[in-house]
Design a protein around this ligand. Structure first.
Ligand code: FAD
Ligand code: FES
Length: 258
């Protein structure tokens, strides 16, 4: 694990007011794997005191660069949005478990900003034929569409209002694709109802599946028990999303709405 001040190369505003940060962090990038996250200090004066977890969106080992995507949710991310190119941002990581890279025909399913860790995963799965299903409320919410188009063999879009691609939810479209393409591994990240559907789908189809979860976090390193989630087995110890996850095998956890 690495911790230090990293130079912010760019802070861009993407559609739907999503922010993209590109950081120069060669030491961290060398250690990092798709599916892991970084713990970010959002202000220079310890306000807020606690770091905020953000998924690794993309790794560029050649240039030693790390890309993060985030939405302004509250004080921390609002502070983060004030940084500009040339500023320094204190980050800690990589933290948590990464995705297991397996399957010859993996299917990735991302809902909303849940697409964030799946771009690094699509890069890592190359040269396999990766199929991505991205879901959003409407066409404007399809973040990183062109990046996924560049790295994925197949890219399918679902929007709730039908303004782009399939009119409906991403996992329903994904289930239709199984019948046609015989995928052998599922990876997903997004809202809990979507992940729950995918959990049931993977059990129904008997296809291995990994889910990337989000939970409120304080320490980020397994010390405070602030991020626990319920394990599937009766009597099994609670799992810490920060160190046992954020990536879990689908059958390992019981998902609860926040
Ligand atoms: C492993 C992991 C990876 C993450 N990756 C990303 C990412 O790539 N991009 C991104 O935008 N966000 C990501 N998040 C969520 C991000 O950490 C929170 O949005 C952020 O901490 C909010 O901080 P804040 O101070 O701006 O908001 P706060 O003031 O802390 O909260 C504002 C509002 O957001 C809600 N909220 C805060 N954290 C979460 C959460 N984890 N889940 C659901 N609701 C929450 C609060 O209930 C509150 O209503 C990730 C979280 C985890 C655990
Ligand atoms: S955030 Fe402290 S144990 Fe996970």
């Amino acid at each position: 694990m690495w911790q230090g001040r990293t130079r912010l190369l760019a802070q861009n505003t993407l559609p739907c007011d999503v922010r993209q940060m590109v950081l120069e962090a060669p030491e961290l990038v060398n250690l990092a794997k798709a599916g892991q996250f970084v713990h970010v200090r959002c202000g220079d004066d310890y306000d807020p005191l606690l770091r905020r977890p953000i998924s690794i969106n993309r790794l560029d080992p050649v240039q030693g660069r790390l890309t993060l995507l985030y939405k302004i949710m509250g004080h921390g991310t609002e502070q983060l949005s004030r940084y500009g190119a040339g500023d320094y941002v204190d980050i800690m990581g990589p933290l948590g478990t990464g995705f297991a890279l397996q399957g010859e025909k993996p299917l990735l399913i991302g809902g909303g900003l849940g697409i964030a860790p799946l771009l690094a995963l699509a890069d890592a799965l190359a040269p396999r034929t990766v199929t991505m299903v991205m879901g959003a409320r409407n066409a404007a919410g399809l973040i990183c569409h062109d990046d996924f188009a560049d790295v994925c063999g197949g890219l399918h879009v679902a929007t709730n209002d039908g303004s782009a691609g399939y009119g409906g939810h991403a996992p329903v479209l994904a289930e239709e694709l199984f019948a046609r393409h015989g995928h052998d591994m599922i990876y997903a990240c997004g809202p809990v109802p979507m992940l729950r559907y995918i959990q049931q789908m993977s059990a129904r189809l008997a296809i291995p599946c990994q889910l990337s979860l989000e939970e409120f976090m304080a320490c980020g390193v397994g010390a405070c028990l602030g991020c626990t989630c319920q394990p599937a087995g009766e009597g099994a110890p609670y799992k810490k999303v920060c160190t046992d996850g954020p990536v879990f095998w689908s059958g390992e956890v019981i998902l609860h709405d926040h």
